[in-house]
Design a protein. Structure first.
Length: 260
């Protein structure tokens, strides 16, 4: 029999922020690999567009209009996914926002709270609810699952003027590592993807910036911006049985930026 661990037929995945950017890049690859996909986003029109694109791959798709900064909406989204698609085998905690760059001395509590509410609180609620479902399945004799947080190199390298963003992503890494240890007994893996410089809405203001092109892009060994599609392979890997012994890790998808 051929080795085919990346066939996700029958697999159900849940992706926050899945209607665009990195989230859609992952959701699209997961659907192409055969997974049924539930995703959430705040913009219902974008959700409809993304759902139509994903359904072309022939798997079930559930689009949920959800603000991850509201705990009750996250709980509802996870429960709706289980009710509609039967289970959650992998959860990608991807939804996030960037803060307005400010010096430390000018960063207000409101600035910090706005980013933290989405990037950290929303991530915590998503991880908690997905883990609850996976632990319940384990207790019923159906162990297994994969939790994936999408952080940032800003959580690891210095990110001056981005204190709320960097802190929220560093905290996400800490939560994922704790979950990796705690949930291993249920055969639930937990890993982090750390993107580098990726061409998304969040980085739109820098993509045509000549200073950025001169100073930063030469430090990316592959000499280009990353694209959302570059996250498809790692998403399928982490959802699949190919990663069954891989947990507690931070996988940089950055074109080599962190090591150069």
């Amino acid at each position: 029999m051929a080795y085919d661990p990346f066939d996700l037929t029958g697999h159900v995945t849940f992706v926050t922020g899945g209607n665009r950017g990195i989230g859609f890049g992952m959701a699209d690859a997961l659907a192409r690999a055969g997974a049924d996909v539930a995703f959430c986003g705040r913009d219902s029109a974008r959700n409809d567009e993304a759902a139509a694109a994903l359904r072309r791959h022939g798997t079930r798709v559930l689009a949920l209009t959800t603000d991850v900064a509201v705990e009750e909406q996250v709980v509802h989204a996870v429960r709706a996914t289980v009710a509609e698609l039967g289970r959650i085998d992998s959860a990608f905690v991807n939804a996030g926002i960037g803060g307005m760059p400010k010096p430390l001395v000018d960063t207000t509590a409101a600035d910090f709270e706005r980013v933290r509410r989405v990037n950290l609180d929303g991530a915590f609620w998503t991880l908690r609810e997905a883990a609850r479902h996976m632990v319940e399945r384990s207790a019923a004799g159906d162990a297994g699952g994969s939790l994936v947080g999408v952080a940032s190199l800003a959580a690891i390298d210095a990110a001056p003027r981005q204190y709320s963003y960097a802190a929220s992503k560093a905290a996400l890494i800490a939560m994922i590592k704790g979950a990796a240890v705690e949930l291993a007994r249920h055969r639930v893996r937990a890993n982090v993807i750390a993107p580098g410089w990726i061409a998304t809405d969040m980085t739109e203001g820098m993509q045509d910036n000549p200073v950025f092109a001169e100073k930063v892009l030469p430090r990316v060994p592959v000499r280009r911006w990353g694209e959302p599609a570059d996250f498809g392979g790692v998403a399928v890997y982490l959802a699949s049985t190919a990663s069954s012994y891989h947990t507690g890790d931070v996988l940089a998808v950055d074109g080599g930026y962190a090591v150069f």
